[in-house]
Design a protein around this ligand. Structure first.
Ligand SMILES: [Zn+2]
Length: 410
């Protein structure tokens, strides 16, 4: 049948090379647009990316990288051609087209796998596919279902794998739309076409489609659902097929083996080991919190007497430099001192190069106005509010000078 679907790009096995005639050449924004009598290249469409390849002049042997552009047999040769340059081809020239076979095969496998996956999602979970995308960074199907689980993913993969291993034939029916409606179609027919193509996975799925497909499912080899997420009230399912699915499994295995090695268990024991570690970490955090509070109370006792000896009520301040405590611990001590002793605290954490200043509750002091200019004078970068400010410094010397200066205004 002489139709859109008679072009070599719709047939399998893949034709990598063909000779054809140039029928038109025109300037494009980013190069030259060359239209040929026939084409090898599948144009982008239906969620499947376009083929890539090259076009070579049979006369001169000059080859150009080319990609489909616009209509069916137009190829864009991208390049920085000078405005007065001669066109790379003339009408009537013989041209040799060459296909990036690896890219085509990958897309064909993923595209055929997507038909099968969509059919299985509909059969098992009554989840119709509303859109799909195939790309270099992964493939997705958006299914009209509000939830998806690991058990559903496993069952889906199992059903898909059984069909792949049965190597069911994939059949193209090229016919007028009035005949195509007799098939149990999974998707609506395109409107306004004289001829349509219904792609059948034998007895399993009938879908109008203009993409490239395998002759049977066996060549898919493997399909893996690599993840899923909620997307606009539906579920976006990520999948890999063929070599990509093997690569996904392989990378996952390597990750598991590495994680198991770090935790000194066998891979199947990972969930139990991780749960035990998580519980242990929560237990330690509780203990650390209790010990920190105890330590802060000790600081209050140690510093309380010094503070009360300083000056008249309302003029006292506690200040100390901590050589071994991080900013989080020192902040706890400062807050506790201001709360229990009712005085401002000016504490520094040397390991964190951080100065923490706190004011007692109900104080009229505005530490932000009072101390941030002092921070700046010592190359400190800080922030905070009226009752607490924190600053980070470039060196222990700057930190210490600023601490001593900040303890003065009170
Ligand atoms: Zn298709």
């Amino acid at each position: 049948m002489d139709s859109l679907f008679s072009s070599p790009c719709y047939r399998w096995p893949v034709i990598d090379f063909m000779e054809t005639e140039v029928v038109a050449v025109e300037r494009a924004d980013s190069g030259w647009l060359v239209t040929t009598a026939d084409t090898l290249f599948y144009p982008e469409g239906g969620g499947q990316p376009a083929d890539w390849g090259s076009i070579m002049s049979v006369n001169s042997g000059v080859r150009y990288e080319a990609r489909p552009s616009g209509h069916e047999a137009a190829l864009l040769i991208q390049g920085d051609f000078p405005p007065d340059s001669e066109p790379p081809f003339a009408q009537g020239d013989r041209a040799a087209l060459s296909l990036d076979r690896e890219r085509r095969v990958r897309h064909t496998i993923c595209h055929t796998a997507q038909h099968l996956l969509s059919a299985v999602l509909l059969e098992l979970w009554q989840a119709p596919t509303v859109s799909m995308h195939l790309g270099d960074s992964g493939n997705t199907v958006d299914a009209d279902i509000s939830h998806f689980t690991a058990e559903m993913a496993r069952k889906t993969e199992e059903t898909v794998q059984a069909a792949i291993e049965a190597d069911l034939p994939v059949i193209s029916h090229i016919c007028p739309p009035e005949d195509a409606v007799n098939f149990p179609l999974r998707r609506e027919l395109p409107q306004g076409e004289d001829t349509v193509r219904v792609v059948e996975i034998q007895g399993v799925d009938f879908s109008p489609c203009c993409g490239t497909h395998l002759p049977s499912l066996g060549k898919i080899g493997l399909l893996r659902i690599s993840g899923w997420e909620k997307y606009k009230g539906k579920t976006r399912i990520h999948f890999n097929a063929g070599h990509d699915a093997w690569a996904f499994d392989s990378a996952l295995r390597d990750t598991l083996v590495e994680a198991a090695s770090i935790l000194e268990v066998n891979p199947p024991e990972l969930p139990g080991r991780i749960t035990a570690l998580r519980d242990h970490a929560a237990e330690l955090e509780k203990k650390l919190k209790a010990l920190s509070a105890l330590w802060a109370e000790g600081e209050v006792s140690a510093l309380g007497e010094a503070a009360s000896e300083r000056a008249a009520p309302g003029r006292a301040v506690v200040s100390r430099s901590y050589e071994k405590c991080d900013a989080e611990l020192v902040t706890l001590a400062a807050k506790e001192c201001s709360l229990k002793l009712g005085v401002p605290a000016v504490f520094s954490s040397v390991p964190s190069l951080t100065l923490i200043c706190t004011a007692p509750k109900g104080s009229s002091l505005n530490l932000k106005e009072l101390l941030l200019p002092v921070f700046s004078a010592h190359q400190g970068r800080g922030g905070g509010g009226p009752s607490m400010v924190r600053g980070v410094f470039d060196s222990p010397e700057d930190l210490e000078k600023c601490r001593l200066e900040c303890a003065v205004p009170f």
